[in-house]
Design a protein around this ligand. Structure first.
Ligand code: G3P
Length: 216
């Protein structure tokens, strides 16, 4: 499973990119606001740091302007992935942009039918929002499972990019359900490595090692 970082904060991206574990980055208008940066400037900087796809989102809601914004974002760097909302105009714009050779990430996916539609439009990624479904007492993971089954039935190449991930269990369950990518906030990715028994075990090993008086 690929890991993308869900942030527009350049320092966080630099830090996680240095681990060699980062396969891409996703941003959205809220994350751009949070970063306090100019959208084109920050996307260019992120694309310089990360080799993999970097999602930048259009903010227009009509087909023509979505295309214009998408092409404009794609000029920033070769690894820009154009993020579009799943509306009729968004799906149509996705098809056109894919036909022009651009990568697309179809966002705000909350149903399997939406995912089916964007796969037919040739989207590179579909982004089901797990946490926001869980917030409404609807099982977000069930959506990942449904999309996986549909995409496998028809051998769609669109990748399932699980988004709105809030917990480490979301990450594990996405991996079990066969999501291709999980986009994680830095706080969640950090928690994946943590286990109290690892810390305790290491502490004990190091204490015993000190008693041997040896060095490597
Ligand atoms: O990638 C989408 C993600 O940023 C949304 O997360 O926590 O705002 O639902 P959240």
């Amino acid at each position: 499973m690929k890991f993308f970082l869900d942030t527009a904060v350049v320092d966080e991206i630099r830090e996680w990119n240095a681990t060699g574990l980062l396969d891409g980055v996703t941003t959205n208008p809220s994350l751009i606001l949070k970063s306090g940066r100019d959208v084109k400037e920050v996307l260019a900087e992120i694309c310089d740091i990360v080799e993999g796809p970097v999602s930048g989102e259009v903010v227009a809601t009509d087909y023509d302007t979505m295309l214009k914004e998408g092409r404009e974002l794609a000029k920033i760097a070769k690894n820009i992935c154009i993020k579009l909302p799943i509306t009729m105009d968004g799906v149509r714009a996705c098809k056109t942009l894919v036909d022009e050779g651009f990568k697309t990430n179809m966002t705000l996916c909350f149903s399997a039918n939406q995912a089916l539609l964007v796969a037919k439009a040739g989207a590179t990624y579909v982004s089901p929002f797990i946490g926001r479904l869980d917030d409404m007492a609807i099982d977000g993971m069930e959506l990942i499972e449904e999309i996986r089954a549909i995409y496998d039935n028809y051998m769609f190449e669109t990748e399932i990019l699980a988004a709105s991930i809030r917990t480490v269990n979301h990450v594990k369950d996405c991996a079990i359900a066969g999501a291709d990518v999980a986009t994680l906030p830095p706080s969640t990715i950090e928690k994946l490595v943590k286990h109290p028994l690892t810390d305790k075990g290491l502490e004990d090993f190091l204490a015993d090692w000190a008693k041997t008086g040896q060095s490597i």
